[in-house]
Ligand binder design. Structure first.
Ligand code: NAI
Ligand code: MG
Length: 381
């Protein structure tokens, strides 16, 4: 019996999670997969009533679960950044979800490519380090009150992570009087190693014989050079091929030959960009699921889209991204066969035009959810 926390969140998050739950129920009826789902009120309604975002009580409740199934947060009544930072980013940090898994699957003919290509790229984006650490500062006459007697600046920076804290003090001595800004990209051996290890295991579980590592090691030689060394050691250890791709070449290759990639490891900043390119490549926001994974902790699965206030409450939301997030949840929790049932059911409704308006169909969110669930239930016969 698996124990899940269900956080529908805001706007269409509520609608697509309702559809996703109907589908999970269907799977549990015809397979050995059993679960209970405890609903959580985390989101904007509660925040507006009580001021609570992600509380200590929430965290200790969520820690007891096997995984989290999440809709979306975001509400026009709340200033941008508050819910994202206080709930989503905090959750990823507290649970040290250091892998962001983003499958990019060909859902032909929804894909923007003109030819039919069968691709299924699984991006594993490192989610805690690199250039997204908030490790930066501006200094110069417009900013700093700390100019030393010798004309230099002491730029103090600090980083706090699950596995380490670090303080930096940069003594900057510019020869020209100007404003400057730095943003440090930091990686650690432990951070790269655990990510590389997950990537190798993931590739083997998928049946891939290679892992592609995306970087810009020809220019950012230190961070991505160290990354290459560690990935190479891991690839040798697991007997896998390792392919290096520069991120600029990768963005072209994803359009020209997406079918040649399987498991792709990509650092945080480049991963942000490539996975959005991937989202469009597979047919848009309504088709993308995302996993925030800690292989030894509590992982969270969500559609990549937000709360879509422009269509909330109208039954127009495409629930397929949420269903594909449920597929990832099942696979992650050790139910790959059941995950495939969801995948096949999604293929079926697409092929039969049982879709919401964004995909050219006429159905409501709940009707698509029901069509997917019914297809699964019919597999029993
Ligand atoms: P969004 O993803 O909510 O919507 C972008 C556009 O795509 C809208 O026109 C929307 O109607 C459409 N769309 C999105 N999902 C759809 C679906 N399943 N079916 C059909 N159409 C769909 O992004 P937006 O508008 O930038 O943000 C809205 C709110 O969501 C903001 O508060 C934002 O902060 C939040 N957000 C939350 C995320 C999360 O919880 N992980 C991720 C992205 C945004
Ligand atoms: Mg993004």
């Amino acid at each position: 019996m698996k124990h899940f926390a269900i956080i529908p969140g805001d706007g269409i998050g509520k609608e697509v999670i309702a559809a996703g739950m109907e589908v999970l129920d269907a799977v549990s009826q015809i397979s050995s997969f059993e679960y209970d789902g405890e609903y959580s009120q985390i989101g904007s309604d509660r925040y507006l009533k009580t001021g609570e975002l992600l509380t200590d009580q929430d965290i200790s409740d969520l820690k007891k679960k096997d995984a989290i199934y999440f809709g979306a947060i975001g509400d026009p009544r709340v200033k941008p950044g508050i819910l994202e930072g206080g709930i989503l980013l905090k959750m990823r940090a507290v649970f040290d979800q250091y892998i962001n898994l983003r499958p990019v699957t060909s859902w032909f003919p929804l894909v923007p490519l003109k030819r039919e290509v069968d691709f299924d790229i699984h991006f594993l984006r490192e989610n805690t380090e690199d250039f997204y650490m908030g490790l930066g500062k501006r200094f110069g006459p417009s900013y700093s009150d700390k100019k030393n007697a010798d004309g230099s600046y002491d730029v103090e920076l600090g980083v706090k992570r699950e596995s380490y804290n670090m303080d930096f003090k940069v003594n900057a001595h510019p020869t020209a009087d100007d404003d400057y800004s730095i943003e440090i990209g930091l990686v650690s051996r432990k951070g790269i190693t655990r990510w590389a290890d997950y990537a190798m295991k993931y590739a083997i579980a998928r049946g891939d014989d290679k892992v592609t590592l995306v970087d810009k090691a020809n220019v950012i030689t230190n961070n991505y050079g160290m990354q290459r060394e560690i990935f190479q050691q891991k690839a040798d250890e697991y007997g896998l091929k390792l392919e290096f791709m520069f991120v600029d070449a990768m963005s072209m290759a994803m359009i020209v030959r997406p079918e040649t990639f399987g498991t792709v490891a990509v650092p945080n900043l480049f991963g942000d960009i490539l996975t959005d390119l991937g989202a469009q490549l597979q047919g848009g926001l309504g088709m993308g699921g995302s996993g925030n994974i800690n292989p030894n902790g509590v992982s969270m699965f969500e559609p990549i889209h937000g709360s879509a206030p422009d269509i909330a409450g109208q039954g127009k939301a495409n629930p397929i991204a949420a269903v594909l997030a449920a597929q990832m949840l099942l696979e992650n929790q050790g139910f790959p066969k059941e995950g495939k049932m969801l995948h096949d059911a999604v293929r079926y409704v697409l092929d039969h035009n049982q879709t919401t308006p964004d995909l050219g169909g006429k159905l409501k969110t709940a009707e698509v959810g029901k069509a997917i669930a019914d297809f699964i239930l019919n597999q029993k016969k």
